[in-house]
Design a protein around this ligand. Structure first.
Ligand SMILES: [Zn+2]
Length: 455
């Protein structure tokens, strides 16, 4: 029997049998067993799924059992965009316009306070927050991304880790001429890691020249890696483009040849129909970040137009400086309601779309195809057990309720790659009290009255 004392470390057992669960019906997926069920894992993958009244295949190696206690099993949630280490800047500069926030607060704070130690530690804090909220995969983009990748590997959280590229001196990259070379070297170091996939993150077409964007995309192509960039986040971005090759941010990056199925455009708020058609034809993915868009008043991403064109869309939290909370349940809720309110159409963004964007469709955006975001044989075993025995989740007619009433706080147990990383809401891979204390110590160096203990 698997207990808190003997949960598998580093890797899962040969086989892990999760019993007495209910499997969440997810939109577009095969109907799961209706009653109590089991899931059998073999190493990092799901081997079989069945109802409790049907026999489990006999063991072919060391098998452990995890009692699901009647909880709801759903695919681990996929966070399509984050800057994990920015937990240090949570609440530091709120209620400001995007450009003022970024140029006068965030970039200066990053220049002074982002160090390898800070990235390792603050990414660990973010991983703790995300795992406890049922996120099993994150696409992270930052500087000193080696340290972030180590933090994800240590904590057992699956990550697409993207090294930042920007055309001015950045943490760890004092000479911007080296930015793409640094990213290429980073990707070479992290090839073939079991849970961390390296990638490139070009900050935006208003902080990277066309030449930098194209060189960064070429480096990603050579490494068979994803290429992320912030795109069309602000209404005035077209006027800020460096050497525009098109009349909109999207047409600019399209003209530069940056769009293909291994490109992920983050935000994509200011797109017109022509932009959407170009995006759909390119196969590139999109990530929208509802709380970040709402808090920075960036605008409303044309989500229905994207989904109607079969553009793959994921949901992201963005970093905690612009959110300020890493909980995809909140993003699903706001993501649906923002669209409904804006379009004055309650059918415009149904809950089921939010569920697919954080699971199967999110997996597609991050290049995992059918391997992630579903509880079917052959898929990677990233699983959340959620406690629905709560007032706000009773009665429980279907998974859509999670979008409007669920919370990361309902998550009880989390597995990534077949390994138990959260059990009974306790982190198995992270010393949380020590991490909190270390981040508080770092925060004392920041120029914020609250950070220095002043009232
Ligand atoms: Zn971002």
């Amino acid at each position: 029997m698997l207990t808190e004392e003997n949960v598998p470390q580093q890797t899962g057992p040969d086989e892990l049998l999760i019993t007495q669960i209910r499997i969440a019906a997810m939109p577009g997926e095969p109907e799961p067993p209706a009653g109590p069920a089991w899931i059998l894992l073999a190493g990092p993958r799901i081997q079989a799924v069945g109802p409790m009244n049907e026999p489990v295949p006999p063991p072919s190696g060391r098998r452990e059992t995890l009692d699901g206690d009647g909880m709801l099993a759903l695919p681990g949630l996929i966070n399509g965009h984050c800057h994990a280490a920015m937990t240090l800047f949570r609440g530091l500069a709120d209620d400001l316009a995007l450009h003022v926030w970024l140029m006068h607060h965030i970039f200066p704070a990053e220049a002074r306070h982002v160090t390898p130690e800070m990235v390792r530690l603050c990414t660990r804090l973010a991983a703790a927050e995300m795992l406890l909220a049922g996120m099993t995969t994150v696409a992270d983009s930052y500087f000193f991304e080696d340290e972030a990748a180590h933090a994800f590997a240590e904590t057992g959280m699956r990550a697409v880790a993207a090294q930042g590229v920007i055309d001015f001196p950045a943490p760890g990259v004092p000479d911007p001429a080296e930015n793409v070379a640094v990213a290429a070297a980073f990707m070479a170091r992290w090839q073939d890691h079991p849970i961390v996939r390296p990638a490139v993150f070009a900050h935006s077409p208003y902080t990277c020249s066309p030449a930098t964007l194209m060189r960064a995309k070429t480096a990603a192509r050579e490494a068979d890696a994803l290429f992320f960039l912030h795109l069309a986040e602000a209404g005035d971005e077209a006027a800020r483009l460096i050497d525009p090759a098109g009349s909109s941010p999207l047409r600019h990056v399209h003209a530069l040849g940056l769009l293909d199925p291994q490109t992920v455009c983050v935000h994509c708020i200011w797109l017109d129909d022509e932009d959407l058609d170009l995006l759909a034809a390119s196969g590139a993915g999109v990530v929208i970040c509802p709380h970040s868009h709402a808090k920075l008043a960036s605008g409303m991403a044309p989500l229905p137009g994207m989904l109607r064109r079969d553009i793959p869309v994921a949901l992201g939290t963005d970093g905690t400086a612009s959110n300020n909370c890493l909980d995809l349940f909140r993003e699903m809720d706001l993501g649906a309601k923002m669209q409904k309110g804006h379009l004055q159409d309650p059918t415009s963004a149904p809950a089921r779309d939010m569920l697919t964007m954080t699971t199967s469709l999110g997996a597609q955006v991050l290049g995992y195809g059918n391997e992630l975001g579903r509880l079917t044989p052959g898929a990677l075993a990233d699983i959340v057990l959620l406690d629905t025995n709560r007032p706000r989740l009773t009665p429980f007619y279907g998974s859509e309720l999670l979008v409007y009433a669920g919370s990361g706080a309902d998550v009880d147990t989390v597995l990534v790659n077949g390994r138990v990383v959260v059990r009974r809401r306790r982190l198995m891979t992270i010393d949380l009290p020590a991490t909190l204390e270390e981040v508080r110590r770092l925060a004392q160096r920041l120029p914020h009255p609250a950070a220095s203990g002043s009232p």
